[in-house]
Design a protein. Structure first.
Length: 308
């Protein structure tokens, strides 16, 4: 058969329950597949056929792929990688003058194509340089003995890969600062310093601390227990605005001469701001000041007799 499928790998996400994972690329033997489980941190673990998984197919026909049956389902957050890795061999022996076995010949050609696909997949995972890169620049790096314990870098002038040793900048970091530098947050940092609460250590009360972390004046007023109604008064620019907020009618000094009792013609005194004919006590209580009783008192009427 032809090799119409170009890919030689398949990836799945684990869910903690699925154990059967199909693949559609051709193989020649169960050993032609490598299986890896990659955890959430990217750590890759190779699995062993017959112990961690088995490879199955229908009627032992591997031309259209098969299934990898895992002994344990990959967990949620893990990835399962199926990778074809056939032996780089050619075991067919064609004798001169023999009839050419077409199926075997085609299978051998398929295997060659599969090897090419595997090489292509590996090249795709490799670091390469552009085709336009200068041919005169060598990309070879130093031998293993030379590069042991060193770091790879690229020469500033030529771009050639080089190796170098690490140069200690000579900065000494004490054990105290080492402990601070690996703290993951402010809480851990404060604990390393040995202060349970810096504000408390400074004598700031717990109540004031709740005010200091308020994001705005409105939040601070809420912390203080100020009601929403009082907040609307506190931001009024003047008395008139406050009266408007309260819904009160404001009387100015200039308006006093215009207020009168239609029956008795009693007017507010503009200067003293008192009401003629009424008595004002120290506590501010005001009653009618009379020397006789009214002829027809009405409900709620009060007066004060000054002749008794």
């Amino acid at each position: 058969m032809t090799m119409s499928i170009e890919s030689n790998r398949k990836e799945y996400s684990g869910d903690g329950s699925t154990t059967t994972f199909p693949f559609t690329f051709k193989i020649w033997d169960t050993g032609d597949i490598e299986v890896y489980v990659v955890d959430a941190l990217g750590v890759q673990t190779p699995k062993v056929e017959g112990t961690d998984y088995d490879v199955t197919t229908v009627n032992n026909d591997w031309s259209a792929g098969g299934n990898v049956e895992m002994a344990a389902a990959p967990a949620s957050g893990e990835r399962l990688v199926l990778l074809r890795a056939i032996q780089q061999t050619q075991e067919s022996d064609y004798l001169a003058g023999d009839t050419l076995p077409s199926e075997q010949f085609e299978s051998d050609l398929d295997k060659v194509v599969a090897m090419v696909q595997e090489l292509e997949e590996k090249i795709d995972r490799a670091i390469t340089v552009p085709a336009s890169d200068l041919e005169i620049i060598s990309r070879e790096i130093e031998t293993a003995e030379v590069r042991k314990g060193k770091y790879l870098y690229f020469d500033a002038a030529t771009g050639k890969p080089m190796v170098t040793t690490f140069t200690d900048p000579g900065i000494t970091i004490s054990a105290f600062w080492t402990a601070l530098l690996d703290d993951i947050d402010l809480t851990a940092w404060v604990a390393s310093i040995g202060i349970v609460n810096l504000l408390t250590a400074l004598g700031i009360t717990a109540f004031i601390q709740t005010l200091l972390d308020d994001a705005s004046a409105s939040v601070a007023l809420t912390t203080l227990g100020i009601s929403t109604f009082i907040k609307t008064l506190l931001d009024d620019a003047d008395a008139a605005a406050a009266r408007a907020t309260l819904g009160a009618f404001g009387i100015s000094t200039d308006d006093l001469d215009d207020i009168a009792d239609g029956t008795n013609n009693v007017k507010l005194n503009k200067t003293t701001q008192t009401i003629a004919g009424l008595k004002t006590f120290d506590d501010g209580f005001v009653v009618d000041n009379r020397t006789d009783d009214p002829g027809s008192p009405v409900t709620g009427q009060m007066w004060f007799r000054t002749n008794v």
